[in-house]
Design a protein around this ligand. Structure first.
Ligand code: ZN
Length: 278
């Protein structure tokens, strides 16, 4: 393994909770489609796959069987990409419905949304203290690394509280999600500020939603962070032009990272950087 300081973890989030086939016909929504897309992104160099699933009608969902099917397809191949499963694919669920797939499938990572917020001016994205305590404990018991998603600065202080309480364990891994209505906007200043608040031994990545995609990617690279691409965050390759595959985002990022004189981390290098223990 070469020098890890020069390596950038590239996460691909191919599906997410919102794009439909009407928004873009290229978004993978059902298990086999998602698994094939993940495989192609891994071949193109992605280090981590952050996965959501949809129900039979393609609506956002935490359907347990869909997670089992999707992860099963990926694990049946030679693909060794790090799997990161969402715990927030559908609003308003009971706590257990957000954790069952984590307990049974034991992905190496899963999202940990470190606070509640008003979501897109329409609903409440609820991550109660009770849920965060349960989820942190379940993740520790099952050796799943939390990816602490930060939409707002207060969520970092929640993470520090759970670190002190032992619900989260150092080194922490943060994902700054910028540009979601209800959270912090995707600006350079916001990312610089958020990065200044996390413990020095943490690892972190960042993403900007929609038009914030490239500015936040460049800022994250300049600040020494990791990056995420994919149709969960952005469906346009350029103004008015849909990406035809998540692979297009992976390949562009590889070129950008090379221009920074850095390299994309292999899955095993990503494991080493984030102290994954499997
Ligand atoms: Zn997600």
């Amino acid at each position: 393994m070469s020098d890890l300081k020069n390596k950038v973890i590239l996460t691909v989030a191919p599906t997410g909770a919102w794009p439909s086939k009407k928004d873009t016909p290229y978004v993978p929504l059902q298990p086999k489609e998602i698994a094939d897309e993940v495989y192609a992104c891994w071949k193109a160099g992605a280090s981590v796959a952050h996965l959501h699933v949809r129900d039979d009608e393609d609506k956002s969902s935490m359907n347990y069987d869909k997670f089992v099917e999707t992860v099963g397809y990926i694990r049946d191949t030679d693909c060794d990409i790090v799997l990161n499963l969402t715990t927030s694919g559908q609003l308003g669920l009971e706590d257990e419905a957000r954790m069952r797939h984590i307990i049974d499938l034991k992905p190496e990572m899963a999202s940990y949304d470190c606070g509640s917020m008003n979501w897109l001016h329409t609903s409440v994205f609820e991550n109660s203290p009770r849920f965060l305590e349960k989820l942190g404990t379940v993740m520790q018991e099952n050796n799943v690394k939390p990816e602490i998603e930060i939409f707002d600065a207060g969520m970092i202080y929640n993470a520090l509280y759970y670190l002190k309480k032992g619900i989260l364990k150092a080194p922490l891994h943060f994902q700054f999600v910028l540009g979601a209505a209800g959270g912090m906007d995707a600006t350079v200043e916001n990312l610089v500020f958020l990065k200044s608040l996390i413990p020095a031994d943490s690892t972190w990545g960042a993403l900007g939603i929609g038009k914030g995609h490239l500015p936040i990617m460049f800022t994250a690279l300049a600040l020494g962070g990791h990056v995420r691409v994919g149709m969960e965050d952005n469906i346009l390759y350029s103004k008015g032009v849909l990406a035809k595959s998540n692979v297009e985002f992976v390949e562009r990022t590889k070129r950008i990272v090379a221009e920074f004189n850095k390299e994309i981390a292999t899955p095993d290098e990503a494991r080493a950087i984030m102290s994954l223990t499997k």
